[in-house]
Design a protein around this ligand. Structure first.
Ligand SMILES: Cc1cc2nc3c(=O)[nH]c(=O)nc-3n(C[C@H](O)[C@H](O)[C@H](O)COP(=O)(O)O)c2cc1C
Length: 359
């Protein structure tokens, strides 16, 4: 099965890369992800000043991570003289995307120092506000300093992803990485009446499976608005199926972090291993075919009544309990009241044995 994807002169053996964060925070970790088989490697965000990070800074729940980790805790010199030379010396040609932040002034210092290591730059806009003219000016500055591809990373608190995409395209960027973590959000500890995880304002950023649907919609919006831009999808990916969803929504490649923090670092290798089977299951013969397929919008205003596959029903009554229209009863079997049923579809999605079907 062909897992390759190419864009802007970068050639990836598969579409999965790590997202900027603790798992790409030094040379040892970058090399671990190379060995795991990631299609490209992304660094932790490097800035002109090393970050002063509150501790503890990573909270793991079942379906999400909350963090207050900021950017790299290491000075740029450590990256330039140690981590990046070590990684590049041991790399085998897979693209290295160097993540940098944040202001135009930071870029004037960082880009010339990092250009010889980078196959592309990813630029975090997480802490620069929402003024698109400021972000455009940053892109123009970077473009004047490098010929490498530039991917601007959008955060969910930046409104109007389509406007962001147009602004950065017009200023010379090649694409968007969508999305950074969601916030500000909060983690409260009732017992101690305190905020145990948080920055100096008491806030954390949320990521992981709970933000997947937001990330998918952002990828889709950007690709619809600016088809010539490369989109790299990130946010909540945890399985090979998730990767396929992002590619269908308009991404050319994807990144993952939180699911690996929640489930373990071996998840990168597992998803890459699972991809061929997942592609086959959905009738695709390559990653490029998924990317070319795109999505049909099948919106309609009439559906059909649910039907029950009697043999599959365990009579658990969940559908009766969850139906918001009071339209499902248990008589001898589950029955749907055509007068009351709104054809909303919730019962079919909640049924644990897939015994309810909507045609
Ligand atoms: C602990 C932690 C640290 C992060 N550090 C950075 C960072 O330095 N730069 C950056 O652009 N994004 C950073 N992110 C955001 C991720 O790169 C990613 O965009 C976000 O977590 C959504 O993807 P995920 O749900 O797969 O984690 C961080 C996220 C977490 C959880």
């Amino acid at each position: 099965m062909n897992l390759k994807t190419s864009f802007d002169g970068l050639h990836l053996n598969n579409p999965l890369m790590p997202a900027a964060g603790p798992l790409v925070g030094d040379a040892e970790k970058l090399l671990f992800l190379k060995e795991a088989g990631c299609g490209a490697i992304v660094t932790k965000t490097i800035s002109t000043k090393d970050a002063h990070i509150p501790k503890p800074c990573i909270y793991g729940d079942r379906e999400f991570i909350m963090n207050s980790e900021l950017w790299s805790e290491y000075p740029k010199e450590k990256w330039i003289h140690e981590f990046l030379p070590e990684f590049v010396a041991k790399n085998d040609g897979r693209p290295l995307i160097v993540s940098v932040g944040y202001s135009k002034e930071d870029m004037i210092v960082l880009i010339p120092l990092l250009d010889r290591f980078a196959d592309a730059f990813e630029v975090s806009t997480h802490y620069v506000g929402t003024d698109l003219s400021v972000i455009s000016e940053t892109v123009r500055t970077i473009r004047s300093l490098t010929k490498k591809p530039i991917y601007m990373k959008i955060s969910p608190h930046i409104p109007n992803p389509s406007g962001f995409a147009k602004a950065i395209k017009d200023s010379g960027a090649n694409g968007v990485v969508a999305v950074n973590s969601l916030g500000p959000t909060m983690k409260i500890d009732i017992m101690s009446r305190s905020i145990q995880y948080g920055n100096d304002k008491g806030f954390v950023w949320t990521s992981g499976p709970v933000i997947k649907n937001l990330a998918l919609a952002t990828v889709y919006q950007i690709k619809q608005a600016e088809p010539s831009l490369t989109v790299i999808g990130v946010g909540g990916i945890a399985t090979a199926d998730d990767v396929i969803e992002f590619l269908l929504a308009g991404a050319s490649a994807v990144q993952m972090l939180s699911a690996a923090l929640l489930k373990g670092k071996q998840l990168y290798a597992k998803i890459i291993e699972d991809l061929p089977k997942a592609l086959e299951k959905y009738g695709f013969s390559s990653i490029e075919e998924v990317i070319k397929t795109g999505l049909k919008n099948t919106v309609k205003y009439e559906s059909s009544l649910p039907t029950l596959i009697v043999d599959k029903c365990t009579r658990c009554m969940l559908c009766v309990r969850v139906c918001p229209y009071f339209a499902i009863d248990m008589k001898d079997v589950i029955t749907f009241n055509p007068e009351k049923c709104f054809q909303c579809g919730l019962c079919a999605t909640k049924c644990p044995t897939k015994a309810i079907v909507i045609k």
